[in-house]
Design a protein around this ligand. Sequence first.
Ligand SMILES: [Zn+2]
Length: 458
Amino acid sequence: MRERRFSPASYGGGPSSALPERKQTILKMTRTSTNLGVDGGRLWADIMALANITDAAAPYTRRSFSKLFLDGRQWLTHRFHEAGLATRIDTAGNLIGRIEGSDPQAGTIIIGSHSDTVPSGGRFDGIAGVAAGLEIARVLRERNIVLRHALEIIDFLAEEPSEYGVSCVGSRGMSGKLTAAQLQFSNQQGERLEQALARVGGDASRLAQARRTDIRAAFELHIEQGTVLEGGGIDVGLVTAIVGITRIEIVFEGAAGHAGATPMHRRHDALVAAARLVDRVRILAEEFAGRGKGYFVATTGVLEAKPNASNVIPGTARLVIDARSELREDLVEFRERLDKESLGVAQAASVERAAFQTLSDALPSACDEGLRHLLKAAAARLGLSFVDIASGAGHDAAFLSQIAPAAMVFIACKEGASHCPEEWSEPEEITAGTAVILETVLAFDRGGDQSFVPAAPH
Ligand SMILES: [Zn+2]
C-alpha cells in the first residue's frame, strides 16, 4: 500500500498556530484554555502531529503492528524522552514512559490509552488519551513536582480489533488476560499473534512479566463516541462502567457449485444460512435491548463468502458477531440463543455449521468509586461541569480495572462521530479532560493509597 506523510498544512494539523480561525477564537475565549494548568496548544499539536502519520490513501489509518504504527511509536518515544520519561516496551508490547516517584514503596499511577486506529479512523480515539498523559508528565516536570508514586504514561498495544481477531492486546497482557489460544490466532497472511508481538518489541514467551501488581490508580481520557456530553453542553463525563464485549465467529460450510447448472433443490448455499443469521442477530439484539435491564447492542460486523464469485454458489460463509452489555448474564444468554439460532439456519439451508467459536470475551467492568469521587471533586474545583456516563465502547481501562482501581474521563466529540475521518473534539474539550486528570493525580498522590478489592463482574 502506498504510504506518505501528510504535511501539517495540508490536513489542518500542526501546532495550534495553524488552527483554522474558528478554532483559534474558541481557544482564546474559553476559560479552559487559560487557567487549567495544562498547555492546550501543545497538547493539540501532539494530536495533530500523530494524525499526520497515516496511510495517505485512507486517513486516518495507523493499524496496530503496521509500519505506520511503529513510525507513530517512534515519534511518541521521542516525545516521551523530551518529557523526561524513561521508555521501554513490556513483554505485552505496551510502550511505557516512566518517571520514578519519591517513595519507592508507593507504587505506580498510570495514564494511558492507545495510538492504533481502525481503518479510516479518526485523529482522537485513543490518541487524545496518550497525548493527555504526555502533557500531564510535562506539566509536572515544568512545575518541579515530584510525585510520591511513580508515574507511567502508556500506549497500550492494539486496543482496536487487530488483524489477529483480538482487541486490547496490551492491556489484556498487562492484566494477565491474554490467553495462549489467542496468541496462536493468525492474520490473513498466516502470521500468528505471538509472532506479531515479537515484531513490535514484545515477547509472548515471557508474557507473565507484563503482569502488574504495583498499579495504585489507572486513568484514561477518551472521546465519548456518543452525543451525551455535546448534547448537554457538559465538559466531562465520568464513566461508571464499561460494557462487556463478546465476539463470536461462526462458519457455515455448504457446497460450492455452478450457479447455472445446479437446480435450486440441490443447493447447499452457505451464504443463505449466513444472511438469515444476520437478520436473527438484529432481532435478538432488539429483544435484549428492549427489556430495559441494561445497555445491550449486537452487530454482525464481518461477513465473508467463498469463493465470492458471481457465477458460483457460495460454499463457505464466515461471520463475526460483536455483542455488548453492561450485564454479564445478558451476554451469556445471547451466546446460548445465537448457538441455537445458528444451528437452526444451517439446518434450514442444508449446510453444516462448521464453527461456533468465542474469539474474545471481555467482562463488563465498573470504574473505581474512590477514583470517581476524586475526579468529581477535581472537576468541581476547576469549575467544570460533569455527568455520570456508561461506556458502550470497550477500552483498555476495562482490563486494567481487573488489577487496579481504574477510572475514565470522557470528553465530547462532534455529533458522536467516531471510527471515521470526521471524528472531532475541540481543543478546549481535550484540555479540560486532561486538567481534570492532572488535578486528580495530584490529589490521589497526596491522599495515599486506597485499599483495592477488584470489583466482581456483574
Ligand atoms: Zn479508543
